[in-house]
Design a binder for this molecule. Sequence first.
Ligand code: GLC
Length: 562
Amino acid sequence: MTEVMEPTLTPDSSAGDATWWRQAAVYQIYPRAFADADGDGIGDLPGITAHVPYLRELGVDAVWLSPFYPSALADGGYDVDDYRDVDPRLGTLDDFDALVAALHDAGIKLIVDLVPNHTSDRHVWFQEALRSPKGSPARDRYIFRDGKGPDGAEPPADWQSVFGGPAWEPVGDGQWYMHHFATEQPDLNWKNPEVRADFLHTLRFWSDRGVDGFRVDVAHGLAKDLGEELPSQAELDATPRDGNHPLWDRDDVHDIYAEWRTVFDSYDPPRTAVAEAWVAADRRARYASAHGLGQAFNFDLLEADFDAGQFREIITFNLELAETSGSSTTWVFSNHDVVRHATRYGLPPRGTGAAGGDHTAEKQGKRWLLSGGTEPVLQRELGLRRARAATLLELALPGSSYLYQGEELGLHEVADIPDESRQDPTFFRSPGIEIGRDGCRVPLPWTREGASFGFGAGPADLPQPDWFGDLAVEVQEQDPASTLALYRRALALRRELQTDETMEWHDTGRDDVLAFRRPNGWLSVTNFGDDVVDLPAGEVLLTSAPLDGGHLPGATTAWLRV
Ligand code: GLC
């Protein structure tokens, strides 16, 4: 018996390229950790360009490039000094143009990261605001308030930043500015017309250079309505996020994205966007509206355990949700903010209290973070085995899959970075509580040997562990059973098999085995349990681990043609 799911919107073939994003496999590059062409220990744009053949062979449809703009790296580049330039350590605008050309020649689209919630404190606007008096137009581009007490020595409110510590910082004249994230990331005032106009300019600047789309950072944070009397943190926490919260997920944020849509649609094909919006699932469709950004990240699978029941519920829910916005859904297991999924799946499930230093969901971002001491409880092989099974399931689903650099090598989180080498502000702002996100941002290993395993000519600025060499691209290319070989084969098959956005569940008779059909006779079966189970009849196209006498072992996915 099969349970039929209604088809989601089918891409219109007459629109050609305009729908490329709906079922794209998008590969996230964290530029400082991908490839270092000039040997300064930091990855750069020419390093990426040199590896376009690798991306082509991997078989991805698009690259999402995390920030590459001038930045003091107070938050890994999410503190932007200038939105329309390239960090000199990463290259030049000419290098950027060369990268776009090389990707496009290889048939790969490019999505760039846009960080509109805050600038860096080195941005010309913020520097001008610091030099300008209270009440000036320069200060109005940010969120300044008078401090409390006779000389303004007390913060205007007791708000906590997402990264820990206070969210208000004094500037020395009785005024304070607001920052949701690090002190070096002052929040912009999106009620200010100049701020709005400038971002339209930035969207055009990169679109004119051939960028195909944008990933929008903290998309649920831009619109704010603070009024004169600021609420307390306790009051903020008690206020429902129903579209009227003073700080998060306000309905009027979509007025901003409607303006952006007119820019996106003035290009042919229209530029795309995907929202990073940590909002309640039933509010996500607003960000994915065709009148706004068009697509939104769904982090539900990323937050789930390796569990058939959770996966099935999340998949069904999100495919239905995508229908309500007319967008396609997105799937993500790993990115630059979370512990790599090979590692998460090797740790005890949440809530068991079994992990030495447990992994907890961060307050605001609900991100998985290791808090140290997890190595003894980490089952590395099981984690990777499950990650491979989960990824094969993901790549068979309708919608877009966002893959994070290094997951195609089966990399684990690097847990043991010395404190003096850590860079993530969450580590410094929450001493002893969070170890931060550096463990998934360690530079990639390309070769077995070498100062930085082929990442660059010298050592990498974030130290790589010795075990990286065995997982290098060069090593995995020689091994047909490697994780890299699995990703390449899966992405190639996906291109061949993926047609419309329909899927239907296939009854397996077991709670711990999930199967679904796609058009073209494509059937994906995942065994989440421990028992070896029978496979439906059909031609086996690909498996995430070897079959056991023709049967499907635990923590394994098989693709069949039936
Ligand atoms: C987003 C980014 C994260 C960054 C934060 C502040 O959540 O993904 O890396 O720290 O925004 O810009």
